[in-house]
Design a protein around this ligand. Structure first.
Ligand code: CA
Length: 404
């Protein structure tokens, strides 16, 4: 179907017509952001093209809240407009070059939850944070572990990340110190965006995933390992994570990823029945982590132990309600080998084996001025790969007077 599009998209573009991710952009000279779709290199201005006020808003939330049938109808309408030659002139008037626009945070984030669903990442971190103990906690294989993050500090790709200050406790010093983090890290993750909320008290089963989850973004869960390791017992991550979480500007709709579904890895022991509702698929998303222009890791999302549908079922099994704009991230995507680790703490073996970069420098953790970009591709429905775009962030020095 989409081979017939009149829109010329260069080969290798992450956004062929069968992708059509949604975002929020400001056209040149227009201060109020509005909804668009990435179609090749240009942005398709949906606020101008489609006669519906949900697309004239500065976030995707009103659009997402309309539900699955509306998402399907909108996507179908756009594909129709981009393939029918008769529509060409009308649609072309609403194409804006991507280089001319400013992209905003695509969703108004309601609640933010971060899971911990890679077996390899959990084992690696367990060995580092609890040396000598079993790397996996006794609950890990029975439920998708998670913590609630800070929705208000989720930022769009390109937002600078200021090195956070906080408490750390070095093992050979009796009392904690205060100052800029010395162990700043990235975490390459995949995030799922909730479009349709749920009623308080009602479980959302794994089989209802498609009715609630709108799409996918890339996430960098910036992490200050020194702050995290001192504060996380017994209540989990707090200030070591909440200073910034970056997301990609384009939300890839779940429908565009139908061709990327793969069987999830086998789980042992079998999960409880509420986590086994037939939605046992993963996604063949191939991530790349680029540090200062150099690829340092290629994690594969298909390796994740807990699936997005299981995460959704678990998140609501106690009756907690979903809201439009909820973001739940997968946890760091790490594979079994060191070229697939999704964080620097793993790539540098807890800082003991610095990562050597092509420019001759070495990294145990991130330095001021470093730039981290995470990208991903997936098999598309048209036979061409599709992309999730990228999430980028550069590290800025800690604020002045950071040591007190
Ligand atoms: Ca994380």
């Amino acid at each position: 179907m989409t081979d017939d599009s009149w829109l010329e998209v260069s080969s290798g573009s992450p956004f062929p017509v069968e992708n059509l991710p949604y975002g929020v952009f400001s056209p040149p000279g227009r201060a109020v952001p509005r909804v668009g779709a990435a179609a090749g290199a240009p942005v398709l201005d949906l606020g101008g093209l489609l006669d519906n006020p949900v697309f004239a808003r500065p976030s995707l939330n009103a659009f997402m809240a309309r539900g699955r049938e509306f998402w399907r109808a909108t996507r179908g309408r756009l594909l129709d407009l981009l393939t029918g030659p008769a529509h060409r002139d009308r649609v072309t008037r609403h194409l804006v070059p991507l280089t001319d626009v400013t992209l905003s945070l695509p969703i108004e984030v309601a609640d933010y939850v971060d899971f911990y669903s890679s077996l390899h990442h959990a084992e690696n971190l367990g060995r580092m944070f609890r040396p000598g103990a079993e790397p996996l906690t006794p609950n890990w294989r029975h439920l998708p572990l998670a913590y609630h993050g800070r929705a208000g500090t989720v930022v769009v790709s390109g937002t600078p990340v200021v090195r956070p200050c906080g408490q750390r406790k070095d093992p050979d010093v009796p009392t904690p110190l205060f100052g800029p983090s010395t162990r700043l890290d990235f975490e390459a993750e995949v995030g799922f965006v909730v479009g349709v909320g749920s009623t308080l008290g009602r479980r959302v089963g794994a089989a209802e995933f498609g009715d609630h989850v709108f799409g996918v973004v890339l996430v960098n869960d910036w992490s200050a390992r020194d702050i995290q390791s001192w504060e996380y017992v017994p209540l989990g991550p707090f200030l070591g994570k909440s200073f910034a979480t970056s997301v990609s500007p384009w939300v890839v709709p779940m429908e565009a990823l139908d061709g990327a579904r793969v069987p999830a890895p086998e789980q042992s022991p079998a999960a409880l029945p509420y986590l086994r509702n037939g939605e046992d698929w993963g996604l063949d998303l191939r991530l790349e982590v680029v540090l200062n222009g150099e690829v340092v890791s290629r994690p594969r999302f298909a390796d994740m132990y807990w699936t997005p549908a299981q995460q959704l079922a678990h998140m609501t099994v106690n009756g907690a309600a979903l809201r439009t704009g909820d973001l739940f991230a997968s946890g760091t995507v790490s594979g079994p080998t060191s070229d697939q680790y999704g964080s620097l703490i793993e790539l540098s073996d807890n800082g003991t084996e610095p990562l050597h970069l092509a420019d001759g420098s070495a990294r145990s953790f991130l330095q001021d001025g470093d730039t981290v970009a995470i990208t991903a591709t997936a098999p598309g429905l048209g036979g061409r790969p599709i992309g999730l775009g990228q999430v980028v962030g550069a590290i800025r020095p800690a604020a002045v007077n950071a040591s007190r």
